[in-house]
Ligand binder design. Structure first.
Ligand SMILES: *[C@@H]1O[C@H](CO)[C@@H](O)[C@H](O)[C@H]1NC(C)=O
Ligand SMILES: *[C@@H]1O[C@H](CO)[C@@H](O)[C@H](O)[C@H]1NC(C)=O
Length: 274
């Protein structure tokens, strides 16, 4: 992965190209309390700094933008490099205490947001936010990220509907470079194997699943690959699929189980695009 990135950087000297690391992190109950815990926030900061674009889920600040603002201020301390795009509290119209926001943080010198829309279908407990990015590293290279965090007990139904979100983005922007990322809850009994043929996203002619079933994305070592990255074949052709993995920040930063759990019950998942 590093070698490929180095190769990408070498090519960057010849052409204008470079790789981007994209991550998705279910940052369990990320609300006012957690965002005021300095120890936890410094770990989250390190995680964010690893990425060029990171989707953060379970952002819980439904009356204002206190949580994204605190995180942005922290990661930009000293040298400003990130901007954010945050959804309304979702689902729209539900009891406000049960809503959550999606937050994308991105390095604005490498990518910019060129358009976005909020999907509103009520089948989703947290309807996807759809964001189109343009890479400043490669002239004219645009791609679409679709966030998802399913309700575990409704995961199969929500996963079936995701193909409609992909189609909407594709039609709206005439762009087939599309990635769906987040906590799919695509493990354990939530999404049993026998349901997979009924989920269009599992059609391997059209989509590639980059995080394998045996990648445990939970901190508790439950053995479940809940968090996933799924891309269209077009997007797949412009990436390094072998770089797809979870980011075990417990090992990487030498944290104890308790320190890790204070941050989240999930590890981020990530992939490099070239
Ligand atoms: C944001 O809303 C919370 C209540 O959810 C409140 O405690 C906090 O003071 C507000 N922060 C700002 C900056 O307005
Ligand atoms: C998968 O997608 C292709 C292309 O759209 C389609 O022709 C094929 O019927 C699909 N396969 C299944 C099992 O739905």
């Amino acid at each position: 992965m590093r070698l490929l990135c180095a190769l990408g950087l070498f090519l960057a000297l010849l052409h204008v190209t470079s790789c981007l690391l994209i991550g998705a992190f279910n940052n369990q109950c990320f609300g006012d309390r957690k965002s005021q815990d300095n120890v936890v926030m410094n770990i989250i900061k390190e995680i964010v700094l690893r990425y060029d674009i990171i989707l953060i889920q379970e952002v819980r600040c439904n009356h204002n933008l206190s949580v994204p603002n605190r995180l942005l201020a922290l990661v930009n301390e000293g040298s400003p490099q990130f901007k954010g795009i945050v959804s309304e509290p979702l689902p729209l119209g539900s009891t406000i205490s049960h809503r959550e926001r999606y937050l994308f943080l991105y390095r604005y010198q490498k990518v910019s947001v060129t358009d976005s829309f909020q999907y509103t279908d009520t089948v989703f407990s947290r309807p996807p936010s759809v964001v189109k990015f343009s890479s400043t590293q490669t002239v004219g290279k645009e791609f679409v990220l679709i966030s998802i965090h399913t309700q575990p007990t409704n995961a199969v139904v929500e996963l079936r509907a995701l193909v409609d979100v992909v189609k909407r983005a594709e039609t709206k922007w005439l762009n087939k470079n599309i990635m769906v990322l987040g906590d799919f809850n695509a493990g354990s009994n939530y999404v049993p194997m026998y349901t997979r043929p009924t989920i269009p996203l599992f059609n391997t002619t059209v989509f590639q699943w980059l995080i394998a079933n045996n990648v445990d994305t939970t901190v508790s070592r439950s053995g479940n690959a809940y968090d996933r990255i799924v891309v269209t074949t077009d997007m797949y052709n412009g990436m390094n699929p072998r770089s797809a993995d979870k980011f075990d920040f417990k090992n990487a930063y030498g944290l104890t189980q308790a320190q890790t759990e204070a941050v989240s019950d999930h590890f981020p998942v990530e992939v490099q695009i070239l």
